[in-house]
Design a protein around this ligand. Structure first.
Ligand code: COA
Length: 347
């Protein structure tokens, strides 16, 4: 098959979708599982509640719901997709890729289905891949989805209370085919020397599951050096923001909204302070959804658009940091407010 001629115009996010589980879990609810308090969680993270997947929900079902919403918003037939990319650190299973289940569920019969494991910055980094394919003419559906509630140690209060489940999807199309959020610039970086600082080390080939490990209950343990992660998140998110702006030929004064990965309100506040940007220009929903990993920016974009915050001509800055360490940022220019649909699990 011949490759369509590439375009020098940046590809666009033509529509977005989001989905979260209906089950709400407050900080007080966490008290049933670990010794913690609403005050501790709220003051350290800004989180008040999160969504948690039910027995009948999984990464593929949540990703599918977000994908369906995105395609419905765009009125885009799934058989026109050439790529279904799922960015996740909590896959449906070891193999095959979560994206295969999503592809089947939405009927994207002409698409290649692949997963990307890129930590909490995976969605922005994968947007770079999606954009480069769309520039060549391929319609791409990119979904960031995490169901960490089924893959974490519920007895570890230092990590478990930080996370929530959710999915955000973006339809990325060639510039000539659509308007929306144009990917004006994007940078992504990794420093694997810090790979052991934040992650989930058990269950892979280095530390396989053994009956003893499972019996210990720690096979889902998340390793996290919280304060080191915090410091690096602030430094690298700031650095990534400036790098993406420089590549776009813009300054912070040109940016209407920063839509960051929703790791923790204190991290968002510290990044805003370093960038000397008013906190009111930094979109945050971490209080209601907690850290949903690679889903968080898609969910935040959908919510911001539903609230009428985006206008044609605005520039947005997305910026994220996560395990790896890895970090990424993009400048998105709104050539038209993209259609969005969400399943907030409330109806
Ligand atoms: C995790 C984080 C909130 C912890 O805050 P902190 O101020 O660094 O707290 P510490 O880790 O120093 O722990 C302080 C105390 O609180 C305790 N604690 C930890 N979790 C707790 C909880 N959920 N409830 C109550 N106490 C808790 C610790 O055991 C420790 O007790 P000790 O002093 O008796 O040992 C903070 O380090 C952070 O936000 N890091 C970044 C995490 C992140 O965003 N990761 C994802 C990146 S994508």
């Amino acid at each position: 098959m011949s490759e369509p001629a590439g375009s020098s115009a940046p590809a666009v996010i033509a529509a977005l979708g989001a989905a979260v589980p209906p089950r709400r879990m407050t900080n007080a609810d966490w008290g049933q599982y670990v010794h913690t308090s609403d005050e501790w969680i709220r003051s350290r993270t800004g989180i008040e509640e999160r969504r948690v997947a039910g027995d009948d929900e999984s990464t593929a079902t949540l990703a599918t719901r977000a994908a369906e919403r995105c395609l419905a918003a765009a009125r885009f037939p799934s058989d026109r997709l050439r790529w279904v990319l799922v960015s996740t650190d909590t896959p449906e299973m070891w193999n095959p890729a979560t994206a295969c289940f999503v592809q089947a569920a939405i009927g994207a019969v002409n698409a290649v289905a692949l997963d990307i494991t890129g930590g909490c910055s995976g969605f922005v980094a994968a947007l770079g891949l999606a954009e480069s394919r769309a520039r060549l003419g391929d319609p791409v559906l990119l979904i960031g989805c995490e169901v960490l509630s089924k893959a974490m140690d519920w007895s570890d209060r230092s990590t478990a209370v930080l996370f929530g489940d959710g999915a955000g999807a973006a339809l990325v199309l060639p510039a000539g085919d659509a308007q929306g959020l144009s990917v004006t610039s994007l940078i992504a970086r990794t420093d694997g020397r810090d790979a052991d600082i934040l992650g989930k080390p058990y269950g892979g080939t280095k530390n396989p599951l053994t009956p003893e490990l499972v019996a210990s209950g720690h096979h889902h343990q998340i390793v996290m050096h919280g304060q080191y992660v915090f410091r690096n998140a602030v430094v690298h998110m700031t650095e990534a923001a400036y790098a993406a702006l420089a590549r776009a030929g813009l300054t912070l004064g040109d940016i209407d909204w920063i839509v960051p990965h929703q790791a923790n309100q204190r991290i968002l506040d510290a990044v805003a302070e370093r960038l000397k940007v008013e906190a009111t220009r930094v979109y945050s929903n971490v209080a209601r959804f907690a850290n949903t990993g690679s889903a968080s920016i898609g969910i935040a974009l959908v919510e911001a658009i539903q609230r009428g915050l985006l206008e044609r001509g605005q520039h947005l800055l997305t910026v994220a940091f996560g395990s790896g360490f890895s970090w990424a940022a993009s400048v998105l220019t709104c050539t038209a407010v993209p259609p969005v649909e969400a399943d907030w699990g409330t109806g």
